[in-house]
Write a protein that binds this ligand. Structure first.
Ligand SMILES: Cc1cc2nc3c(=O)[nH]c(=O)nc-3n(C[C@H](O)[C@H](O)[C@H](O)COP(=O)(O)OP(=O)(O)OC[C@H]3O[C@@H](n4cnc5c(N)ncnc54)[C@H](O)[C@@H]3O)c2cc1C
Length: 306
């Protein structure tokens, strides 16, 4: 219920205005977002890489409605990749891209062209691209674009969401050799017709999907902060004899940093997903919807007069 309300608020421009102008919003945002500028993203990446973590960078922005906005997003990724390469931060750092930010909502071909240009730049910088997954109305289109990109850039990563009923089947499709697949629970509000609704059902699906990916031939990327899912991931890695070069854990910037360090210390590959940019509102609201404790922290900051 609370999750639905917050996810509804994530689409409201009135709530966005209220949140954006509240006095202590900046402190809360800073916990989950590396900063507004490309330099901020680079600085955060350097710190994480020095701590033994891998990174995937996301330039925030998803409500792209014009070709000009889509081109600007593409150009930001091109600039970022050039800077990452120049700073010697590749291949430790790669990029995560939302096709909606590249024009998918109004022109799938434009989104493909923009994503392809980013893949070319990533390849030149010696790193990879992962296509984030958004709400279920975009899944087919995103997988279609992924298939086209993989013809020239086979290391392009996919994201599959365990809450969708279709995902076990998608995992089977995408568990072939060399296929990089991030498995997450899913962050959007989805109808019962397409998605499991209870946390228990989603967790059970996550484990089924993890079993398919970890026993397959691809490169699984287990994106979760859930201690139970992480423990099962560690168990499956032992069971299927997957060393740190054959799968990875992924977590979000600012969430369970001690656990990220612990896993990296144990020798696992751990990749931190680092968002940056000034369009942080939708991203922040999805993080709040996931965890009531984050909401209390945020609420305190909003009403604080200090
Ligand atoms: C790297 C990465 C990339 C992602 N990409 C996508 C994407 O492309 N598309 C998409 O839809 N979603 C994406 N997500 C979001 C994902 O779908 C989930 O919404 C999000 O990760 C929350 O699910 P969870 O598995 O972490 O566990 P949850 O079910 O949210 O939490 C389970 C348990 O984990 C622990 N936990 C969770 N958060 C915290 C915290 N802040 N502090 C301490 N303990 C905590 C608690 O014990 C909690 O009970 C991504 C997530 C990650 C980590």
């Amino acid at each position: 219920m609370l999750r639905s309300v917050i996810l509804a608020a994530s689409r409201s421009s009135q709530v966005e205005r209220l949140v954006a102008t509240a006095p202590y919003t900046r402190d809360v945002v800073r916990r989950f977002v590396a900063g507004a500028a490309t330099d901020d993203a680079l600085r955060a990446t350097r710190g994480l890489v020095d701590d033994g973590l891998a990174v995937t960078l996301d330039h925030l922005g998803e409500d792209t409605v014009t070709p000009e906005q889509a081109t600007a997003t593409r150009d930001e990724y091109l600039k970022l990749l050039k800077m990452l390469g120049g700073a010697g931060l590749t291949p430790a750092a790669e990029v995560s891209v939302k096709l909606s930010a590249l024009g998918q909502m109004f022109d799938e071909q434009l989104a493909y062209d923009n994503a392809r240009a980013i893949c070319v730049a990533a390849d030149a910088a010696g790193t990879t691209v992962t296509l984030d997954m958004e709400d279920h109305t975009t899944t087919d289109s995103t997988l279609e674009v992924l298939g086209r990109l993989r013809k020239d850039f086979p290391s392009t990563g996919a994201v599959l969401q365990a809450y969708l009923r279709r995902t076990e089947s998608d995992c089977r499709e995408l568990s072939s050799a060399g296929s990089r697949v991030r498995l997450c629970k899913g962050a959007y509000k989805e109808p019962e017709s397409v998605a499991y609704q209870s946390a228990r059902e989603v967790d059970k699906s996550y484990v089924r999907c993890m079993n398919i990916l970890m026993s397959g031939d691809g490169y699984p990327m287990l994106a979760t902060h859930d201690p139970r899912m992480i423990a099962i991931g560690e168990d499956r890695a032992r069971w299927f004899d997957r060393g740190p070069e054959r799968f990875e854990f992924q977590m979000l910037y600012g969430i369970r940093p001690e656990e990220q360090a612990r896993l990296a210390g144990e020798g696992y590959t751990v990749r931190t997903y680092v968002p940056y940019g000034d369009e942080w509102y939708g991203y922040l609201m999805r993080r709040l919807a996931e965890r009531p404790a984050n909401l209390v922290f945020f609420g305190r900051a909003l009403i604080s007069k200090k």
